[in-house]
Design a protein around this ligand. Structure first.
Ligand SMILES: C[S@@+](CC[C@H](N)C(=O)[O-])C[C@H]1O[C@@H](n2cnc3c(N)ncnc32)[C@H](O)[C@@H]1O
Length: 195
């Protein structure tokens, strides 16, 4: 997975922005919901925030307060440093966070939790709880007839093929996974839960 995200770093935002290989995708309401998501993230009270698996910083730049982004991919981080210059970025493993207990007020994570298999989700939650009291998770909503859990075939611009695990959640399912929480957003594409 590390190699996949490293190779995808410079084309990753095409997915958010509907460019490149995503230009022809039929995603009704996607752009509008991305705007809603950005606004919601920007409306979270300023806090010492750790954005775990921050990727290109596409959402990191909307977080307010003292913001640190962490990712395992140096190429992702190189994009993030350009895109979210107000934040600090750290190379590291989300399942073994290089921070002390309670060092942050909030852990934020987008499109990371949904790519973890069950045992890793447990490890991540323990680490998130150790470093911060609050956890905000952004994930994918199940589409009609979508299996909740699946392996997706992905093709990058260079033609390479990858298999990626994906778990999708309704708001209630995600809140239950996190041990209880508040559904901040549940739309056609995204779910956001604060726990
Ligand atoms: C689907 S991308 C999400 C990026 C960003 N959060 C967003 O929503 O645009 C998943 C990110 O998780 C990172 N990642 C995967 N496993 C990781 C791990 N164990 N530790 C840190 N980062 C990881 C990848 O490098 C990639 O940047």
């Amino acid at each position: 997975m590390k190699t996949y995200y490293d190779r995808r770093a410079f084309e990753y935002d095409d997915w958010w922005l509907g460019r490149g290989s995503f230009a022809e995708r039929d995603r009704a309401g996607w752009d509008e919901e991305v705007d809603v998501l950005a606004e919601l993230i920007g409306s979270l009270p300023p806090a010492r925030t750790l954005d775990v698996a921050c990727g290109t910083g596409f959402l990191t730049r909307h977080l307010r307060g003292d913001v640190v982004g962490l990712d395992q991919s140096e190429r992702m981080l190189s994009v993030a440093r350009e895109q979210a210059p107000a934040a600090r970025f750290v190379h590291g493993d989300a399942l073994e966070l290089p921070f002390g207990d309670g060092e942050f007020d909030r852990v934020f994570t987008s499109y990371f939790y949904c790519h973890l298999e069950a045992d890793e989700r447990g490890r991540f939650l323990a680490e998130a709880r150790r470093v911060a009291r609050e956890l905000v998770v952004v994930a994918s909503i199940p589409g009609d007839d979508d299996p909740l859990e699946r392996y997706e075939e992905r093709v990058l611009d260079d033609g390479s093929r990858w298999t990626v695990y994906k778990r999708v959640f309704t708001g209630d399912q995600l809140a239950a996974e996190l041990g209880g929480g508040e559904v901040l957003h549940e739309g056609r594409w995204f779910v956001v839960v604060r726990a």
